[in-house]
Design a protein around this ligand. Structure first.
Ligand code: PDD
Length: 279
């Protein structure tokens, strides 16, 4: 299929990435994943908005207007005839002789924007039955609000989960639950949905923001207050959200059953409400 490099669609096979691209050498860049449902981009504006915010926080100026980027991404999805899938997009600080400090303006280094599409089915079966998780220490830096390419701690946590036969790693800082390795985490007690506040300890997920709206619209208490591992293990229900996992029930954590071991009433209701938003 086609990909985007800079401001153009081109064949994937023709593009070359410079060995000294700073994304490749330093993880010096930011990214987004956007879902495509039945050929339509879901919350594209929000994702592209966050991409510009993340870039700004690390002092990258994207050499493209947001409207132009949205246009290009829509063209890409149409051209590749994506039905149920996703778009991966990233911006790096560009290619320059390797040295930690930013390239000087004189070097005329330009940030590199790339994007490509994937066909991915919705995780219907997993959403219906729920998945298992492990807990892991959150060893990331203190700017988790930036969707940066530096994902090594996330990769290591997800691998721990995978090796334990689990779907996600729930991260905590000395007992305070932050988020998942690639998702946001929620507990449900007495009809109240609770999650970590959107500060520098977590990525404010676009799915999280959609869920928040959905709770408000349906008079479901949505509480942004951090909780502990103890709260996690005692919760009536636990679930995670992300672009690719949508609203995913967690039915077992570190080998211990959550609730009665099946997706709870609240998470099933939220899934139904979310479903109405996306199609
Ligand atoms: N991950 N927290 C982290 C650390 C994430 O990496 C993600 C998304 C989320 C959820 O954000 P959103 O609802 O906007 O997808 C929370 C993407 C999907 C990924 O890296 O593949």
């Amino acid at each position: 299929g086609k990909i985007i490099l800079g401001d153009q669609l081109m064949e994937r096979s023709v593009i070359g990435i410079d060995l000294e691209d700073r994304g490749y050498q330093f993880g010096d860049g930011v990214y987004e994943v956007i879902r495509v449902y039945e050929g339509k981009l879901f919350t594209m504006k929000e994702h592209i908005g966050r991409l510009y915010q993340s870039a700004k926080k690390i002092k990258i100026t994207i050499p493209l207007a947001p409207e132009q980027m949205m246009d290009l991404v829509e063209k890409l999805v149409a051209e590749n005839k994506v039905y149920d899938g996703s778009v991966y997009m990233q911006v790096t600080r560009g290619a320059a002789p390797r040295t930690h400090m930013f390239p000087t303006p004189e070097s005329k280094t330009k940030p590199v924007f790339t994007a490509y599409t994937n066909e991915v089915a919705r995780p219907g079966n997993l959403m219906k039955h729920g998945v298992k998780a492990v807990t892991a220490e959150d060893i990331r830096w203190l700017r988790c609000d930036i969707k940066s390419l530096n994902l090594l701690p996330n990769v290591l946590a997800k691998q721990e989960a995978a090796e334990a036969g689990c779907y996600e790693a729930i991260l905590h800082r000395s007992g305070t639950v932050t988020e998942g390795s690639s998702s946001n985490v929620y507990i449900v007690n007495r009809g109240e949905v609770r999650t970590h506040p959107a500060n520098h300890f977590i990525l404010n997920g676009i799915t999280r923001q959609e869920l928040q709206k959905l709770c408000i619209e349906n008079s479901i208490p949505f509480v942004e207050r951090a909780f502990t591992l103890e709260d996690l293990f005692q919760a009536d229900e636990v679930f995670i959200t992300s672009t690719t996992s949508e609203i995913m029930p967690i039915v077992e954590i570190d080998g211990k059953t959550v609730g009665n071991g099946t997706p709870g009433q609240m998470v099933r209701m939220l899934q139904t409400l979310f479903e109405q938003r996306i199609i």
